[in-house]
Design a protein around this ligand. Sequence first.
Ligand SMILES: [Zn+2]
Length: 202
Amino acid sequence: MTTAVTEPTGARSRQTNYWRVRTARTRAPAESAEQAWHIQHGHPGGAYCDLGNELDPPAHHAPTLLSRSRPTGRRGDAQEFRGGCLTCDWEGPVHRGGGYGDGDNEAVEDAHDHAFPGWRGLPPITQVKDRWQIPQSRSRWAQLISLYPAGWAEQGAPLLSWSRYRREAHAPPHQGRPRYELRIARPPSHRDKPPTDQGALF
Ligand SMILES: [Zn+2]
């Protein structure tokens, strides 16, 4: 017999609740914390995020990723994901999947629809080597973000790049790269051509 626990909503409140469960400050067993919605480790506002744990919400909508595990009996736990925002209580629909691009990607995209509506129209990086080179080049970076809506780059609008394979996982922001890096499908008109820099990394 389990007691239904009413969870708060909104990424920050969820995360606070998660830490309260984990540190045994609620009646729920501490080991059940992963079953409460919380910010996915490594994503903004979550554990192991090296952007810091500042308490003041940003002045603009800021995407993050929520997750929880659901016990499924014999088959172990299932993961659920939904987008969240560090500034307001918005939460996206629930996506099930194994993570690493499956379920978590969809949730991160929902969060960007909330924070940066129209982000899918941002100019993508089309070559793998440019994922590293463009952010390191002052002139090429300035050229890229000049195509962003005013203020978006400063507010952490995502960096888009063509994915190398199906469901390549989006990368959360981290120190020095303070924005999500979202992998989008290569447009059909380019799919038949091999990427010019294939083999550059492998
Ligand atoms: Zn928001």
